[in-house]
Design a protein around this ligand. Sequence first.
Ligand code: IPE
Ligand code: IPE
Ligand code: MG
Length: 237
Amino acid sequence: MTIDSSKLPKHVAITMDGNGRWATQRKLPRTSGHNEGLKTAKRIVKAAADLGIESLTLYVFSTENWKRAEQEVGFLMNLIHTHLKGELQFYKDNKIRINHIGDMSALPKNIQKDLKECMEDTKDFTKIKLNLAINYGGRDEILRGVKNALSQGVDFNSLNEADFSKYLDMPECSDVDLLIRTGGDLRLSNFLLWHVAYAEMIFTDTLWPDYSNEEFISHIESFTTRERRFGAEKAKK
Ligand code: IPE
Ligand code: IPE
Ligand code: MG
């Protein structure tokens, strides 16, 4: 099957889950699962860009992931830092625009600096928008959005949904069309609560480090065959 490019999802979001189990199955420390998962992420970013997807949002670290062992959290922060420093050229070479979503203020200072540099250095690229959700929580995003709107003196009585979206973390992206979650769990885990209102969802048992480009492409193909009704009796032609 070839993908009908007019039916591609504009915005794909992925909950990259299963790194820890991938490692445990191999009697490796959970951290090696995160190393392996990062390789998958890089591969899938490239595949999404090559397919012509406009926006890709990756769940990297949630507002709840701070509950993990200090050693694992420290490892993940270090991995994020080294990746952003070491792979900036990869993003530039592939014309990828990086954006951060989530609460930046609670991240370590070095990562805040890395993210700001990456966003600044890639801001003119248009091949694909890559939103990295780091210290991200869907409820936290909505609450920060409300505070943001209030601080700008917005009149809430006349505020509509489209206007409110502008105060959230990715005002330049359309709603999520397709949400993919690897790792076999059937839940949202506080990801993109506002933006997935009408997203199509695909859950796969594949653990993130094993998620292949072929499976990703098959998920995109599957999306193109779905009928999206958005509450109407039938899909718009
Ligand atoms: C996802 O993999 C990566 C992060 C949440 C940072 P996990 O680390 O949650 O892997 P499992 O779910 O324990 O296998
Ligand atoms: C969701 O996975 C967060 C990321 C993939 C970054 P978790 O592993 O944290 O989710 P739960 O705890 O299983 O719901
Ligand atoms: Mg998990």
